[in-house]
Design a protein. Structure first.
Length: 455
């Protein structure tokens, strides 16, 4: 289902219609044509680490020397982004399965919502480093949680070290989530390591420090370069000097402003490439779905007396939920602080915690044992997402005479009608499969065997 939506966006959205796409393409072109990193004067994307751009420059954009007349290369690079968006979905599913192993329906439901959220598939269908950043961040949290819940091992630590390097070399925001992963590694080492308390304490300190040293050795050069160029390892200061979208205000004023949280919500469901916003009744329906889900989640959590479990801090699973809370805070707080400093507030900045929010939405349909509840909830989410995508295609072509997505494809690259039909069939086959899975796997959160593993 994700691939159907994302590939539609690859094809129907004109090259460079997404506001940032040209500057991201410029980064890859400079790498390929001149074998060097671009400067901030050449592209504002220069503050980003180079891994994604080097990957597309040396594969689908090989031999490209200019950002002009490269529609095919840009769309091929978009497909690379789509692939990493799919990888991110897989790791989101695996994270939820680790958190709630006795509730597979929640993993299906939460990931399926994430797959069809309009701005997720749309963002992952653009030439840019967002999808690789999400895939690496989700993989980082998954392997860190694996160490937390099952203990450290050489393979797990080595894989995590590789992923940490990818995170640091893909997007600066990934560094802000990294302390949460290192906390999970330290807690898991202390909990599962064998031997005396002094040996466990030594391993608890050495493994995270070794991982930090590895990340510093493999990616520190880029951040030192940012400091030399602008005095700021993240490059935020230079970006804000070039473009300040909003007046500076107190971070607390932004953090506790409900309008900002509602703005993020509405853009998640209705903002797509080209700064196109789908508003009106579709926006209202998304809000209603979220409110119903949050109310249902509150009832479900009350039924299982979740507050009693919060006192059991001597369990790795307790620390796993701390990691989830830490991920949410590490993604949203820096986003809102950046906005308070004058930066933009875009929904894609919060995607690093998207599986947390979709898990809450999925929990909202576990307050009852009736299998129809999650089915209705997911079908509603799908239909809203589907309608947003159809409306978006209609906006792109402006004058709609037939199915808007089909007309958008024809206007963009002359795709034949069977392509639209195949993709639409794929979407609805996916919908039917998820409805079946939810009906078979559903169980209320309050069920007698709801305690996961050791509770």
């Amino acid at each position: 289902m994700y691939l159907c939506f994302a590939l539609l966006h690859v094809w129907i959205v004109k090259v460079y219609q997404p506001g940032d796409e040209r500057r991201h393409a410029k980064y890859a072109v400079v790498l390929e044509a001149e074998s060097r990193l671009p400067t901030a004067k050449e592209t504002r994307a220069a503050t980003h680490p180079p891994l994604y751009y080097a990957l597309v420059a040396k594969t689908v954009m090989r031999g490209v020397e200019s950002t002009q007349g490269i529609d095919g290369a840009v769309r091929a690079a978009r497909c690379v982004s789509v692939f990493f968006g799919a990888v991110a979905l897989i790791f989101a599913f695996l994270i939820v399965r680790l958190l709630l192993p006795n509730h597979p329906a929640l993993a299906v439901h939460a990931t399926a919502i994430m797959a069809v959220i309009p701005s997720y598939s749309n963002t992952c269908a653009v030439l840019g480093n967002d999808s690789l950043s999400l895939a690496s961040q989700f993989a980082m949290i998954y392997f860190a949680m694996l160490i937390l819940l099952r203990g450290p091992s050489w393979p797990r630590c080595l894989v995590l070290a590789l992923i940490l390097s990818i995170v640091a070399l893909t997007r600066v925001s990934g560094l802000l989530v990294m302390p949460v992963a290192l906390f999970a590694v330290g807690a898991g080492t202390w909990w599962h390591a064998e031997g005396s308390p002094s040996r466990r304490a030594l391993l608890t300190a050495v493994i995270p420090v070794a991982l930090i040293a590895w990340v510093t050795a493999t990616s520190g050069w880029f951040y030192l370069g940012n400091i030399a160029a602008s005095g700021d390892p993240t490059g935020q200061a230079e970006l804000l000097a070039q473009v300040r979208n909003h007046p500076v205000r107190s971070p607390f004023a932004v953090l506790f402003d409900p309008r900002k949280w509602l703005e993020i919500h509405d853009e998640t469901w209705g903002r797509l490439a080209g700064s196109i916003f789908v508003r009106g009744s579709l926006e209202a329906l998304a809000r209603i779905l979220t409110l119903v889900s949050l109310a249902g989640a509150a009832v479900a959590l009350w039924q299982v007396r979740f507050w009693e479990r919060l006192t059991d801090w001597r369990s790795p699973r307790f620390f796993a939920w701390l990691v989830v809370a830490g991920v949410f805070a590490s993604v949203f707080l820096p986003t809102l602080v950046y906005h308070a400093r004058g930066g933009g507030l875009h929904q894609r900045y919060t995607f690093g915690a998207l599986y947390v929010t979709t898990l809450v939405l999925a929990i909202g349909f576990t307050w009852t044992g009736r299998r129809i509840a999650p089915v209705i909830g997911y079908v509603a989410a799908f239909l809203i997402a589907y309608s947003v995508n159809v409306s978006y295609a209609g906006i792109l072509v402006r004058r709609v005479r037939t199915f808007p997505i089909e007309q958008a494809l024809a206007a963009a690259i002359k795709y034949p009608t069977p392509t639209t039909t195949i993709l639409m069939v794929g979407l609805f086959v996916g919908l039917l499969a998820i409805v079946y899975a939810l009906a078979v796997l559903h169980r209320p959160l309050r069920s007698a065997d709801a305690d996961d593993e050791q509770g």
